[in-house]
Design a protein around this ligand. Structure first.
Ligand code: PBG
Length: 328
């Protein structure tokens, strides 16, 4: 039946009506907040390109974690900035690594019981060259070697799980890492630790501000030989299929807003719980517009998050997690 019988504006007239028929909702428990842990004490170093985000020493990170728990946020995604870097990414898998140490402290704090501790698993913050895997050189030529990288990543995942991570989240994009991690976790009796695979991760300019935040910019070359080409949707489906077959428990799609079609396609094809990462550049560009008065901060932030949920993500990793949770 068409107009005048059908009038879609009837259901838009009041907030009560709009709320009743709203199809997509946000919830603090479905938001994950990234934390950047650094050595020292009392350190709260602002990240210039990401307003409101900091490199935090453990004591400061503990306060931040408590405030996230109090806001009902679902979890933390932990990244570490080690005091020293080397070719073997020793800081990533050391028992007393920066994230391992934080995990032990967080797990001992009962106020954080409601907060999932998710450890990002990658080598780029810990390697002297800033690549996500092991670099082998041959004259002027270099390669990021897959299988030796996977061995270190599996070792890293096991040490993070042993330190108390509820979930490990590989973001390196090496082939075969999920299966290797599952085996390594089971091998140390951590069969209950879940794997959230960054199954579909594109090589993106939108990671720019993160490389300042995590001090992880590659010293030469780029990440195109391991992260996906932004033009490829079918390849993203193959990446996900393989990670599911290897034993991933959950998927993480990344970036979010420039790749909403990929999130939608994955949602229609796979039944695993799926999150999306609203990455640093997405956050920074919105903030840049807020600072100039070009966008309304609260509305634009909420709209960006709803768009990601509507595309099909169950949960969202976002630097807006605290700001959004306060409004919800
Ligand atoms: C590590 C990693 C990156 C991000 C998450 N994990 C950087 C990269 O791949 O270059 C980006 C997150 C963001 O931009 O917010 N490999």
């Amino acid at each position: 039946m068409n107009f005048p019988v059908t009038r879609l504006r009837r259901l838009r007239r009041t907030e009560a009506m709009r709320s009743l028929v709203r199809e997509t909702r946000l919830h603090p428990g479905a938001l994950i907040y990234p934390l950047f842990l650094c050595p020292g004490e009392g350190v709260r170093k602002a990240i210039s390109s990401m307003p409101g985000c900091f490199n935090l020493s453990l004591d400061e990170a503990m306060k931040e974690a408590e405030s996230c728990a109090a806001l009902g946020i679902g979890g933390l995604l932990l990244f570490g900035l080690p005091a020293e870097k080397d070719e073997q990414a020793t800081g990533a898998w050391a028992d007393d690594g920066i994230v391992q140490t934080a995990l032990r402290a967080f797990k001992a704090n009962r106020k954080l019981d409601s907060l999932l501790q998710i450890a990002d698993v990658c080598l780029c913050e810990y390697t002297s060259h800033g690549h996500c895997g092991v670099v082998v050189r041959d004259g002027n030529h270099y390669e990021i070697e897959n299988d030796s990288s996977v061995a270190l990543l599996a070792k890293t995942a096991a040490s993070l799980a042993a330190a108390g991570a509820d979930i490990v989240a590989p973001s390196d994009m090496m082939d075969g890492r999920v299966a290797a991690m599952r085996e390594a976790l089971d091998g140390i009796g951590r069969e209950q630790t879940a794997i959230m695979s960054y199954a579909s991760k594109f090589s993106s300019a939108f990671y720019g501000p993160f490389r300042e935040a995590a001090d992880s910019a590659p010293q030469f070359g780029d990440r195109r030989s391991y992260q996906m080409d932004g033009a490829n949707l079918r390849e993203a489906m193959r990446e996900i299929e393989l990670d599911v077959a290897e034993g991933a428990d959950m998927l993480l799609m990344k970036p979010a807003m420039p790749y909403l079609d990929v999130i939608r396609a994955a949602r229609e094809r796979f039944d695993l719980p799926m999150g999306a990462y609203q990455v640093s550049g997405e956050f920074s560009m919105l903030h840049a517009a807020f600072e100039r008065g070009w966008l309304e901060p609260e509305r634009a932030m909420m709209e960006s998050l709803v768009s990601i949920r509507r595309a099909g993500a169950d949960f969202i990793v976002t630097y807006f997690a605290k700001d959004a949770a306060r409004l919800l």
